[in-house]
Design a protein around this ligand. Structure first.
Ligand SMILES: [Zn+2]
Length: 195
């Protein structure tokens, strides 16, 4: 798989969504990456096509286990306190399958790509993809774009790659509503008029 260095937002988005599948974040809802089908869906949602799944090969149960372990590492990088720590962690993931960058023709111009090793396991390819995403985020936007989710009781963390940098929730649809519900309850407790 060739990973575009300038499109680092793709890897960051995969990292964010991967972290958000964990029981740590989902709470009572539990594991959201339980089997190969769920992993295939996550990849399809981001149009990620690892070489390990070329020719219609499906992810295996072993791939799922390895990606669940990767998820913990990605979370660790998003929770680092300094840019240096984040970069060190990103390089570890990058090296798992990432090869020397190559400059390729892309339309009229040239683009940097990180190719992954030909027979790399799926989780190693994903590690490189997420690493390019997180390292690119630090380089382009700064380490303070790694944040905890603002929703009460949510243990999510994410990389905010939005232009404005005002993203607040790890899962905007779900966690934004969680906050609304909490505010609503707080107003009721305070004797306010529910809106
Ligand atoms: Zn959240």
């Amino acid at each position: 798989m060739d990973i575009s260095v300038s499109d680092y937002g793709v890897g960051a988005a995969v990292g964010n969504d991967l972290v958000a599948t964990s029981p740590t974040v989902r709470g009572a809802a539990g594991e959201a990456l339980p089997d190969p089908d769920a992993l295939a869906l996550l990849l399809a949602e981001h149009a990620v096509r690892p070489a390990a799944t070329a020719d219609g090969r499906a992810p295996s149960a072993g791939d799922v286990r390895d990606v669940q372990l990767l998820r913990r590492e990605v979370r660790g990088i998003l929770e680092t306190e300094t840019g240096e720590q984040a970069v060190a962690g990103g390089i570890v993931l990058l090296k798992r399958a990432g090869q020397s960058p190559v400059l390729r023709r892309d339309g009229d111009g040239w683009e940097w790509y990180v190719p992954t090793a030909p027979d790399a396991p799926l989780a190693a390819e994903l590690a490189a993809l997420v690493a390019v995403g997180l390292l690119g985020t630090v380089r382009a936007l700064g380490h303070d774009r790694f944040r905890p989710c603002a929703a009460p009781d949510c243990r999510g963390v994410f990389a905010d790659t939005s232009r404005a940098g005002r993203r607040r929730y790890c899962m905007p649809d779900l966690c934004g509503n969680r906050l609304n519900v909490a505010n609503h309850r707080a107003r009721l407790r305070a004797g306010g008029v529910p809106r």
